[in-house]
Design a protein around this ligand. Structure first.
Ligand code: PMP
Length: 417
């Protein structure tokens, strides 16, 4: 069963966060890879799972497994209660007004496609405009390209400056009465830039547009409150916030979700059906056709509860200090160029090293137990903006330490030396 964590101890110079106790909650972190202790610095791709999540998954399958919502027996009731309790947990975690605003999906990609193909098909017409930014992950670009092509709408992208931050004035100048939707990342997965999402949302609303925020890289690193942000849609993936793969969240304002047509048909998304036609449930059931990832949703609830116990604000503070430390340390490596140096950043250190292809660095680090990513990080437009088609990306989470950063810097220095 879950190892309890004690978090108000002195560790790594922090009086509010015991990173070593937290690491003990994540069994995979004790592993050796290629003969070296694993240093997991690929958190932007996916995060590791604490016992609280692993145990919740296995106890569901060991004791509670049933399909939900449609059975009259004990296990069906129990599984349904646990699934709906997870929805409540997500709503609380996001500061959403009610659990009816939380739609369970497979992940961020599915959430954005859902919005494009339901809200988008209904609300976007020929000559309308959708605004994104150069920083977007392909998952927050391609669905809008597809919608724009289908509808004869225009897709416009706000440029970024040399630090990797959105040029706010240029962004505002793209907003017109034709703008139907603005979609942007809360945090860039390729550079780590934290976008000024509150200000960007307010500007979009002033122009009469709806706003979708891709929170895939935000929720594990900072407190998020969709009500304060005033987002119309907010999306994230369970696996990037210490939960399982195959589960994610679409938050939508109640009045926006209620006005949206369904996407996938089938299962219990119907209110009634004849051979000729169907009527549909209210949200969120309207958007949850077919059997959900029941265990994964319940375990996502456990992940968010775990994070809540640590305190997301504590996590943010710890990570902020660690990122500042890592940024300084990385800059001591000869020939290293950081890509993405915005004032506001979270988690990500993207870099290139003179004379070495990113893949070569990724492979060399892997031999010493470091898991980093090399490549385009599914965000090609922003890398091209910096004249690149690949970087090495190390991305931090709350269980990473200064010691791991030091070892990374040492390994990189050896490569260049
Ligand atoms: N948006 C961002 C900013 C991401 O970092 C990712 C994952 N790398 C996605 C969207 C897509 O998430 P998923 O693959 O979980 O659907």
């Amino acid at each position: 069963m879950s190892t309890p964590v004690s978090y108000y101890f002195l560790a790594e110079g922090c009086s509010y966060f015991d990173v070593h106790a937290i690491r003990r909650d994540f069994p995979i972190l004790a592993q050796r890879v290629n003969g070296y202790p694993l240093v997991w610095l690929d958190n932007a791709a996916t995060t590791q799972k604490p016992w609280a999540v692993i145990d919740r998954l296995s106890s569901f399958y060991a004791h509670e497994n049933s399909n939900i919502h449609r059975g009259a027996h004990q296990l069906a009731r129990q599984a349904t209660e646990a699934f709906e309790a997870a929805r409540e947990t997500v709503a609380r975690f996001l500061g959403a007004p009610s659990s009816n605003t939380i739609v369970f999906v497979r992940g961020t990609t599915e959430a954005i496609n859902l919005v494009a193909q339901t809200w988008g098909r209904q609300e976007v017409g020929a000559g309308d405009e959708i605004v994104i930014t150069y920083l977007e992950h392909h998952s927050n670009l391609v669905p809008w390209q597809m919608l724009a092509a289908e509808k004869g709408a225009k897709l416009l992208a706000a440029p970024v400056d040399d630090t990797g931050q959105v040029m706010f004035d240029r962004y505002v100048s793209l907003l017109t009465p034709r703008t139907r939707l603005v979609a942007f990342a809360h945090v860039s997965n390729a550079l780590g830039t934290v976008l000024p999402v509150r200000e960007m949302t307010a500007a979009a609303h002033a122009a009469g547009a709806r706003v979708l925020i891709d929170g895939a890289q935000a929720v594990a690193h900072m407190p998020v409150d969709v009500t304060t942000l005033d987002a119309d849609f907010y999306t994230f993936s369970g696996h990037k916030v210490f939960g399982p793969t195959g589960i994610g969240v679409l938050y939508g304002k109640p009045e926006v979700l209620t006005a949206m047509p369904p996407w996938h048909g089938g299962g219990s998304m119907i209110r009634d059906v004849t051979l000729e036609r169907a009527t549909y449930q209210d949200p969120p059931a309207r958007f949850e056709a077919g059997t959900a990832s029941i265990a994964a949703a319940i375990a996502l609830g456990a992940a968010l509860d775990y994070l809540d116990r640590l305190g997301v604000a504590n996590v943010a503070r710890y990570e902020h200090e660690l990122l500042a430390y890592a940024t300084g340390a990385m800059l001591t490596v000869p020939g290293l160029r950081l890509i993405g140096t915005a004032q506001e950043k979270a988690s990500v250190l993207s870099f290139v090293l003179n004379g070495h292809h990113p893949d070569e660095i990724g492979t060399a680090l892997d031999r010493h137990g470091f898991a980093v990513r090399s490549g385009h990080h599914c965000a090609l437009p922003i890398l091209r903006r910096f004249g690149l088609d690949a970087t090495v990306r190390s991305s931090l989470a709350m269980y990473n330490t200064r010691d791991e950063v030091d070892r990374l810097v040492m390994a990189l220095s050896r490569l260049t030396g």
